[in-house]
Design a protein. Structure first.
Length: 145
């Protein structure tokens, strides 16, 4: 897999909300760092749970069902900048939630096979973090319940 391929695949997954393909992009031992939860979430099942909730929250609606394709959705989520290296990338995003502009970054690192091994999300400002916290908690409860 080329060094840009994981980033390109990530963009496609987000654009098409192709949650089934996300599982293939993640390494089994992936670690997810949430802007809300202070401990790293280890392993593919937990990372899939958190990213599924994030797809629903940042996409402005339901978490994606298998095979769903919701496009841009009402959340207006979009990437505005990208910095990529040989094995990692930082993708800056912007969206709006209930009139609050949310700005953040997705930081990812992948292995030689092109599978994401580390995924970190950072969000600003504080008002946005508080909004994301409430929406993520509700979405996680819905998905995990």
């Amino acid at each position: 897999m080329s060094q840009q391929q994981p980033v390109e695949e990530w963009h496609r997954i987000v654009r098409e909300r192709d949650f089934d393909a996300l599982e293939d992009l993640l390494a089994d031992d992936v670690v997810f760092h949430s802007p809300i939860v202070h401990t790293p979430q280890e392993g593919k099942p937990l990372t899939m749970l958190y990213l599924s909730a994030a797809f629903g929250v940042f996409g402005g609606g339901e978490a994606p069902a298998s095979g769903s394709s919701a496009g841009d959705g009402p959340g207006k989520f979009h990437y505005v900048r990208e910095v990529a290296g040989e094995r990692d990338a930082v993708l800056e995003f912007v969206t709006e939630m209930d009139g609050i502009v949310v700005n953040g970054v997705d930081m990812m690192r992948w292995n030689d096979a092109g599978r994401i091994v580390d995924f970190k999300v950072m969000v600003r400002p504080l008002k946005a973090i508080q909004k994301v916290h409430g929406l993520m908690a509700a979405m996680l409860a819905k998905l995990d319940g």
